[in-house]
Ligand binder design. Sequence first.
Ligand SMILES: Cc1cc2nc3c(=O)[nH]c(=O)nc-3n(C[C@H](O)[C@H](O)[C@H](O)COP(=O)(O)OP(=O)(O)OC[C@H]3O[C@@H](n4cnc5c(N)ncnc54)[C@H](O)[C@@H]3O)c2cc1C
Length: 587
Amino acid sequence: MFFRLQVLIAAAGLLVSSITTCAAGNVLVEAESFRDKGGWKVDQQFADIMGSYFLLAHGMGRAVENAKTTLSFPTKGVYYLWVRTRNWAPGKWDAPGRFQVVVDGKTVDSVLGTNPGWSWQSAGKVKISGTEVPIELKDLTGFDGRCDALFFSTDSQNVPPDDLTKLAAWRRQISGLPEVPSATVEFDVVIVGGGIAGCAAALAADKQGLKVALIHDRPLLGGNASSEVRVHTLGIYGKGETMLKGLDTKHWPNGSAKAIPDTTKRHKTMDAAKNVHQFLCWRAYDANTQHSRITSIDARQTESGEIKCFSAPVFIDCTGDGWIGYWAGAEFRYGRESSDTYAETWSKHGDKWSPKVADSRTMGSSLLWNSERAGAPVTFPEVPWAMDVAKGHAATSGEWYWEYSSNDKHQIDDAEEIRDHLLRAIYGSFSNAKKDPKNANTRLKWVGYLSGKRESLRLVGDYIYTMTDAAERRTFPDTVVEERREIDVHYQLEKSSFLSRALFYKTGGTYYIPFRSLYSKNIDNLMMAGRCFSCSHIGLGGPRVMKTTGQMGIATGYAAWLCKKYKTTPRGIYKAHIEELRGLIGY
Ligand SMILES: Cc1cc2nc3c(=O)[nH]c(=O)nc-3n(C[C@H](O)[C@H](O)[C@H](O)COP(=O)(O)OP(=O)(O)OC[C@H]3O[C@@H](n4cnc5c(N)ncnc54)[C@H](O)[C@@H]3O)c2cc1C
């Protein structure tokens, strides 16, 4: 099952075409390409699984402003309308994310977002009386309605397919878009993922004068530290203080709006790096390989649908999820190793720390959120669809421990369900809190909708970093990163499906990470920095914080320059030029 859908979609060569197409009585428009998004957000997180980017009406319980665009129709007349959408919390209640379509100023009767699972929902017949027609999406609830695309056809039998492989082929055929990018752009290094690791890698490569592509699927840089997710950066600077101070955050409470100025600072830092070509709102969706080398990466703009091929002699995977490695066929790990695999037992905590038998459990994903006091009483709608998750829990804000992981939920395959589970936990718990008169004036201030992830794929390098390395504070001839914080891994509380607890193992001092954990064992020109570096589940527990992942980024960015200088691979750097790399870092 793991990544099954993604493979099918990638094989079909198309995740989504974010454009409007019209031909022979058919008009297809991708919601994320709407000219004016109103209060709807572009959600790119699950494209590799459900097949597309889409618009999300994330209004925290208040209907968001209409999204608007204008469509060209080939002819006037009666059209049948289908909308690809999803009821994200089906049950014996009204669907939470309901919306309607407005055509030429008239609201179409059908209420959408009411069918379970991603599918084309019929909105019935609409009369088109011009060739340039305004279309709007009208949110009815503010509770995360979602719209992927609208399809108008003069033929009532022309129902678009739901099957993902067929849908990808259908989209390609109806839009007439090329299967592969027609343009290739060349760089010295291509970095995918603009979290702290990706930004730091780009800064180090920039400093050495490399022509850098930084491909990132959001408008804002920083990954979990950005103002879209709002996690503050922890860890030590190691030798990377100068660069990391331009990227990190102050120590505000997670979820705080103080993430906004830190995000501005980060963008200023990155904009000053003149060799870094930022491709913001571009999501990589495939890696092209020859033998054991990546030749290029394909990426798609998340609103216009434009596709480009990025080539370079060396690539750095900073996606957190290890996507580039996965597409290239890099060896990877997922889940918890058995405690005897790397002698990672901590008897005090037994299975909660490390299981006797390996399993597919990971640390979970989180949505941070908070509320504020208004000057007068504020109502909050009933949320019956949230209550079987929230149960009796009442809260007015959520910290890092609002976390969902489960052995039968995969952090990538089930990512949308995990995110939605957290939304239900938040809205249900807030609804419970609102029943207390002391919260009469309390209203939601900010709720994240981008999952903050902690763990999914870990790409395998020449060295797998483990608990023993941290606990014994082993030194390495190829040390390029250092850290002091405890090894901290989480487990789900039995009494709750959305609250976790952390276990902290003190290492007693500084521990070190070797360069061999930052390049792939079997893909010759692939490095990785961030939470997808080469480690065991417990090995990830300490260095997963963002100043440490930033140090990893710096090491890989400098290594990319040495790869160019000596026309060699990352392993070649380890074998012949490791002292030069360490010298560049500051050792
Ligand atoms: C709730 C929570 C609390 C935490 N607490 C702390 C803390 O207090 N301090 C701390 O330092 N760390 C904390 N962590 C851990 C830390 O945030 C993560 O380990 C860290 O973000 C990993 O960094 P990264 O760069 O690997 O990934 P990310 O920060 O996830 O960045 C990767 C980026 O790549 C982008 N991307 C992914 N795929 C693609 C693609 N195909 N194409 C283009 N772009 C792509 C993503 O949108 C993402 O923004 C916490 C994590 C969570 C979830």
